[in-house]
Design a protein around this ligand. Sequence first.
Ligand code: PBG
Length: 329
Amino acid sequence: MHYPFTRKRRLRTSAAIRNLSQEHHLTVNDLIWPVFILDGFNRSEAITSMPGVQRMSVDLLLDKLIPLHEQGLNAIALFPVVDEGHKSDDAAEAWNPEGLVQKSVKTIKSALPELMVITDVALDPYTSHGQDGIINEQGDILNDVTIKALVMQALSHARAGADVVAPSDMMDGRIGVIREALESKKHHNTSILAYSAKYASVFYGPFRDAVGSAGNLGKSSKATYQMNPANALEAIDEIAMDLDEGADLVMVKPGMPYLDIIKTAKEHFNVPICAYQVSGEYAMLQSAIDNGFLEEKKAILEALLCFKRAGTDAILTYYADRVTEWLSQ
Ligand code: PBG
């Protein structure tokens, strides 16, 4: 009888040795909480396709943020729910200094100056057609016209006090012009988180429902600017271009079906790689949890730990509030 000398199971025999030999860890420092904000006061609405997530006015959001920040939550990303009356073809509300995002940034930063506030730079909440860019009569998304609007939007966020502006629109060349504008207006320390490898994904469906752009977008797709889910090498080019233009951090999105892209990004580039566990991933997990098919805490923590294993430095997740509480217990 031959006995194996090397037994991989030895390092799995006790919790202590498993913990000691664990390669990757999930901590509260890894989390960014995406939140849907509403205008007004004391307002909160459920989102049908994202059970357990709410749209909230900023006063209610702050009530949640104060204890979460004490428990260690470092960062949030704001997504506005804009009234139809504020949507237009030129998306001008996007750079209104008194707009919902700009006002919310000021309120949150004055209450919690240490909390990192990330703002989304993209026109889709503000366009009457739900596309991320400005369109012509044929419905084509006009790259160079759009990036001028994105510059105004990013500057208005920086002026309001955003720590990080995050262009999620996938227009070409926008990082360079935004960086240049931020520098020329002395916003040297406003970082840019570029949604560099953002795929044209069906998994954004519930988000479009949450911000109310789904109806306006109708059957139109975003495939002329967001990436083809079949492509991997192209993600390297997209990230390299954005870094060259001045991005500080980059994003891969969606997350779990795209862990290979995260890993490749981490191997190629020495900047923080963020990943977005998007609304459709949340909806899938949460539906299984709500049906009793998956154990809530274990399923969520395993999914997020796998982002870390793939090489993610920070994860945008709608579970950030729950996970912050669990990790601080
Ligand atoms: C739009 C934007 C989207 C998401 C974040 N910013 C949707 C889209 O591109 O249509 C999706 C996030 C999610 O699904 O959770 N600029």
